[in-house]
Design a protein around this ligand. Structure first.
Ligand SMILES: NC(=O)c1ccc[n+]([C@@H]2O[C@H](COP(=O)([O-])OP(=O)(O)OC[C@H]3O[C@@H](n4cnc5c(N)ncnc54)[C@H](O)[C@@H]3O)[C@@H](O)[C@H]2O)c1
Length: 370
């Protein structure tokens, strides 16, 4: 373990957390203590490859549990925290925001208080190098019109209960830096996509529904714009901000990749038509499906649906040398192939029968194309 830096990662079993923990451990420079409550959004299969790894410790528990969180600081003496744990699904926050307030606001406050108590007792040198990195979202800035970009100076204007809870957590992080000097960094990132994303989110939902011959529900007129970033590029940005950012810094992170929702869905269909054509899949052939695009349906818009998000990442590019490396078409293809190759993971996440579906409809194609 010599030379490795111990860090606490919260929410390491979620979508971004899974990709992030793997990046840190595989980098060889970190020993990761992953604190995760394993809510519905987590998947026990996501980090199965790290079980028993000497640089990976899993702790099941909530970030709202002050005693537990403080005991982890005392036991592991981390050089910093990557705080990712959150309730993150906007649609769920619209139905009921209680868990969002508890985890995102109270949980973040609990992490900050525990970190502060631990940090106060460190030597000057360790105090100086300690970092509390808070992973947040561009949704805290509200909605953009046809033009303009969010950047580090954009005023907060959250519109959904989810973004309101994240905005509140950002304010607490900022306040702990300004009031107590806790060395915090905040990153506000645009929409992520990639492997291990819970199938309720737009991109995996469309992939799953298409392959099952179910409708592809597009909110409103489908013209809402998001700036999509491949999850590994986001993870690299967060690691860089932790290693090179200064206390009090804020970075907005995006893929410089604005896409209308309807265009994303169309691109998913084009890739699926190519790698798993419906005419070659018995169940879909019987349905008379020639292209997955035939499944697209426009449905009632999400209440308070922000029209456009777009990020200006100039600061992190200029100051830390970060840039997005994975293009959208390549990233989308990689993502779709990952879902097709991991039916057990999808089954576990959705409680569904995707594994069975793959066996019946797709496995023979994969075999044939070898
Ligand atoms: N997904 C995106 O596009 C995106 C974009 C920008 C920022 N973010 C932020 O990144 C972070 C991670 O997002 P994600 O998409 O991986 O979310 P996710 O919902 O996939 O994962 C969240 C994880 O947090 C855990 N968790 C929830 N409540 C907890 C609690 N009380 N204590 C401990 N663990 C708890 C869950 O079990 C899960 O493993 C969030 O803070 C989110 O706001 C996400």
């Amino acid at each position: 373990m010599a030379g490795k830096q111990t860090v606490i990662v919260t929410g390491g079993s979620g979508f971004i957390g899974t990709n992030f923990v793997r990046l840190l451990v595989k980098s060889g420079g970190y020993r990761v203590v992953n604190l995760d409550a394993l809510t519905y959004a987590a998947n026990a299969l996501s980090l199965v490859d790290l079980e028993g790894h000497p640089d990976y410790v899993f702790v099941k528990g909530s970030i709202t549990d002050r005693e537990l969180v403080s005991s982890l600081f005392a036991k592991y003496q981390p050089v910093g925290v990557f705080h990712l744990a959150a309730e993150s699904h906007v649609d769920r926050s619209i139905v009921n925001a209680e868990d969002f307030v508890q985890t995102n606001v109270v949980g973040t406050y609990t992490m900050l208080e525990s970190a502060r108590a631990y940090w106060k007792g460190l030597s000057d040198e360790k105090k100086h190098s300690f970092r509390f990195l808070h992973v947040s979202t561009d949704e805290v800035f509200g909605s953009l019109g046809e033009t303009g970009y969010f950047n580090e100076e954009t005023p907060y204007a959250p519109n959904s209960p989810y973004s309101a809870s994240k905005a509140s957590s950002d304010h607490f992080v900022r306040a702990f830096h300004h009031t107590y000097g806790l060395p915090t960094i905040i990153t506000n990132c645009s929409n992520n996509y990639g492997p291990y994303q819970f199938p309720e989110k737009m991109i995996p939902l469309m992939i799953m529904n298409a392959l099952s011959g179910k409708p592809l529900p597009v909110y409103g007129d489908g013209m809402n714009v998001r700036d999509w970033l491949y999850v590994e590029d986001h993870c690299k940005a967060v690691k860089l901000a932790f290693e090179k950012g200064q206390p009090g810094d804020v970075y907005t992170i995006g893929g410089n990749n604005e896409q209308k929702n309807i265009d994303v869905v169309n691109q998913i269909c084009v890739i699926l038509d190519d790698i798993a054509p419906p005419v070659e899949i018995p169940q879909l052939r019987e349905q008379g499906l020639k292209s997955y695009r035939e499944l697209i349906r426009f449905v009632t818009d999400r209440p308070g649906h922000d029209r456009r998000y777009a990020i200006d990442s100039t600061r992190i590019r200029r100051e830390l040398g970060w840039r997005a490396e994975v293009g959208f078409e390549a990233g989308l293809r990689r993502t779709i192939e990952w879902y097709l190759s991991n039916p057990d993971w999808v089954d576990r996440a959705s409680g569904g029968s995707f594994g069975e579906w793959i066996q019946k409809n797709y496995a023979w194609r994969a075999e044939e194309s070898k």
